[in-house]
Structures are given as C-alpha cells and as structure tokens.
Design a protein. Structure first.
Length: 489
C-alpha cells in the first residue's frame, strides 16, 4: 500500500468528529456559514421585492417577486452543473469549493452595497454561481472522506446536514432583526459578513482534506481550453442579448429556469449514460437514479415553497403576534432548521444503529414524498380564514412534518448520488440530484401565480395529492429500482 493510500485509510478510520473523520469539520464549517448567508439573504429577499418603496422594498407584484425568487433558487442548483464540470475537468472539487466561496462573498456584498434592481441583478447572479459551485463540490468532498463500504456515510451526511441547518436557523433570525430595525441593506450586509467568516475558516482548514478531494477525475486536454472559453463567452453574450431584447424578463424567469433545468437534465443523463468511460454496472446505477430524480422533483416543488408561497402566507395569513410583539416574516424560515438540528442527530443515530437493516434509499425517497404531500394537506383545516387567522403553532406543526420529509430525502439523496456515481463522473453525478432541486425550486416559484389566499383548498389539496401519488408509485417500484442499483442500497 502506498503512503497516499495509507494516509487515506487513516483519515477514513478517524472518528474524532462525533464518530466521523475530523476533516468533516472544515466542510461542515464553510457550509454552515454559506447557509447562514444564503438563508439569511433569502429570508428577506421576497419581501424586499414586493414590499412597497415606502417600506424599503422595490414594489413588484407578489407573483412576479415569487417567480424571481423561485428562478434564483433554481439557478443556484442549476449552476451546480458548471461547478461540477469545472471540478471534474479542470480544478478538482476542493479548489472549486474555495473559489466559489469567494464569488459568494462578492455577491452578498453587491446586494448590500448596490442600490435597487442593479444590486439584485448583480448580487443574485454572483450568489447563484458561487453557491452552485460550492454545493456540488462540498457534497463531493464529504464523499471522499468515506470508503465504499463505510456504513458511517449516511450518518456523516446527516451530520453535515446539521451544519447546513445551524446556519439556516441563525441567518433569517439575524437578518430579519436588522431588516426590521435598520433596513434591508443592513440585513444583506450581515449575510456578506457571515459568508466572509466561512471563507476565512475554510482557508485555514482546507489543507487537512484528503488528496482525493483535489484530484481531477477526467482532465480536459489543454488543446480544448480555447473552445471552452469561446463557448463561455458566447453564452454570456447570448444571455445579455436576450435580456436587452426583452426575451428574458422578470415575469418569465421561473419558466425559463424550468426549461433550462429540463434540457440540462436530459443532456446530463445522456452524456453520462453514453460515455465510454462508464461500464455496464455503473450505467445501470445511473438508470436507477432516474426514478429517484423524479420523486425528488415532486418533493422539492412543495418543500421550496417555504421561500415563495409560505412567505406570502406568513405575511398575509399567519398570526405572528407574540405577547403584543410581531415576529418578523423571515423568522418563519428558521422554524424548519430548528427541527433539522434536533432531528438530524436522531436520524443519524437511527441509520447508524440499523446499519445494513435500515430502509433502502428508494423506500426513504418514497416515504419522503408521501410525508411531504401530507404536510400540504395539513394546510386545509386553516383554508378560508381571514387575515392573520392561522395560529403560529399550526405552522410550527406543519413545518415539523416538512422536516421529517426532508430528512428522508435530502441527506440521503446527497449520499446516494456519491454511491451511484461512475468513477469518471464522481463530482458531476452529484449535479443531477441538485438539478432535481433546481427544477423543483423553479417550479415552486412558477406555482405562486396559482396560489389564491381566498380559495386555498384546490392549491394545497392538488399539490399534496400529486406528491403522495408520486411517492406511492416509487414505493411500488422499489424492487426493480434496487435491481438497477446493483448492490447499492
């Protein structure tokens, strides 16, 4: 065994971080601060877009504002394709993660400093690009800490998910306080400070990561670099032209992102499945990911409405008064992370103790979609009420159900993407899971136009029913999906 292999084996036997490799703490930290800035900014973004100018906002219609937020969220996950490709072909996952963190800082600074729609445009583009690069590669780097048969993998991803939600909990609370007391740009400024702290922390800890995290699995020949730069430049020019010509507008952003995510998904699966570097077993495993992808889209289309429909619901329909004090709208987005913080450890312990006896990945995905659909049906008893008529405790209970569904799909999805990944597409295979989130998130923004506070029953019942049907369909298909997974469960 070589020295590098011995070092890798030693890292994988390390249990200093709550039973996980110590190197996990560095990825845990940068992802925690990235989520702090991401959710802190997103917690006030929608209301910034549709609040009136006298309230410090931009005065957009709620449906347009919701579409922008959905499109932005979808673009974050859509840009994971670019981040994953650069990692696999040019720089390796760890370097892309580091550079992406720098881009995110620049985006949050732009939102905080630049005024009006200029700040929104520049800031959201930079944050979307940087977050996409960080997301796919942080997940991939976590995967390098574990051997193929290490049963700690799902528990490790659950712990990683805890870091995400520590940041997601604190972000909306603190930015909401600053937004309500000092103004929106102070809230955006705090998000910039948080991401800067994450960048500094990661800068000191990145050397402790295994060499595999820096490996470029499928290096791009240098002769093809000019073509890559040419395509990138042409894409930027094309997008700018479409914006200037009015083809891309605020009204249709979510539809464009949905279309882009669909095209990217088909292209991505076609490239991986058609690659000569993928053998028969790996190709079967990629096919097994397809039904998981569809279920994931159904789940995220509902779950991501926390940042679109549920934000409007919290502003218009939720009783946020506590002992005479009105809670900021953004604080509702910190409820789910509280449950994640509590339950992620519980789920990690459950999966660890069950070991090989735990439910298979398709079963977890199916149950996650069914539970998510049930959460939407829980809105029905409060449908038809007046302004500020829904009790805060009701939303707390509904978001608890959201959390159970999330823990059955999100960390498990990150884990299974690394397990099903062909060797030549180690990082890029994580991107299809994020593409499912991109598609679901963009759909969540597009669906805002159909939400009618005066007639909520059709909205919540139809969407909840669709998710339950999708989950039940996967549950009935578990055996054939497992056969395609070829020993991965």
């Amino acid at each position: 065994m070589s020295t590098a292999e011995q070092t890798s084996e030693s890292d994988r036997n390390d249990t200093r971080f709550f039973g996980q490799p110590w190197a996990l703490v560095h990825i845990f930290g940068v992802e925690m601060w990235e989520r702090f800035s991401f959710y802190g900014m997103q917690g006030i973004l929608l209301i910034y877009l549709y609040f009136s100018v006298t309230q410090g906002g931009l005065g957009l219609p709620e449906a347009v504002a919701g579409g922008i937020v959905g499109a932005y969220g979808g673009s974050v996950y859509l840009s994971t394709i670019l981040g994953a490709w650069i990692a696999d072909r040019l720089l390796g996952s760890e370097r892309v993660l580091f550079l992406s963190a720098i881009v995110i800082v620049a985006g949050h600074v732009a939102l905080a400093v630049l005024p009006g729609f200029v700040g929104v445009g520049v800031g959201l583009v930079l944050v979307a690009l940087g977050s996409g690069g960080l997301k796919a590669n942080a997940t991939s780097v976590v995967g390098t800490l574990y051997g193929p048969d290490d049963t700690r993998r799902d528990a490790g991803f659950s712990l990683f998910y805890l870091g995400i939600n520590l940041g997601a909990f604190m972000g909306p609370i603190l930015t909401g306080i600053l937004q309500s007391s000092l103004g929106f740009h102070f809230g955006f400024g705090l998000a910039a400070i948080g991401m800067t702290l994450g960048l500094v922390q990661y800068s000191f800890g990145r050397r402790a990561l295994p060499d595999e995290a820096r490996r470029v699995p499928n290096p791009l020949p240098s002769s093809r670099l000019p073509l890559v730069w040419g395509i990138a430049g042409a894409a930027v020019v094309l997008i700018a032209a479409l914006v200037l010509l009015g083809v891309i507008t605020a009204d249709n952003l979510s539809s464009i992102v949905i279309l882009g995510a669909l095209v990217a998904t088909v292209a991505y699966f076609a490239v991986i499945l058609g690659s000569r570097r993928v053998d028969a077993t790996e190709r079967s495993r990629v096919w097994a990911f397809v039904p998981l992808f569809i279920t994931s889209v159904a789940f995220w289309s509902l779950y991501q409405q926390q940042f679109t429909v549920l934000t409007v619901y919290s502003d218009k329909r939720l009783d946020r008064e506590i002992l005479g004090w009105e809670m900021p709208v953004s604080w509702v987005q910190s409820i789910n992370p509280v449950f994640i913080i509590v339950l992620s450890g519980v789920f990690a312990v459950i999966w660890t103790r069950l070991g090989s006896r735990q439910p298979s990945t398709p079963v977890k995905f199916a149950l996650g979609a069914i539970v998510m659909g049930a959460a939407f049906l829980l809105f029905l008893p409060f449908a038809g009420g007046g302004e500020n008529s829904t009790p805060l405790l009701a939303i707390v209970g509904i978001l608890f159900v959201f959390t159970v569904a999330e823990l059955l799909i999100s960390p498990v999805g990150l884990s299974v993407a690394t397990k099903l990944a062909p060797a030549a597409f180690h990082t890029q295979m994580v991107a299809p899971f994020f593409l499912s989130i991109a598609l679901g998130t963009a759909i969540s923004g597009w669906l805002v136009q159909f939400y009618d506070p005066e007639n909520e029953v059709p909205y919540f019942s139809i969407l909840g029913g669709i998710a339950i049907v999708v989950g039940a369909g996967l549950l009935l298909s578990v055996r054939p999906v497992l056969r395609l997974m070829k020993g991965v469960s």
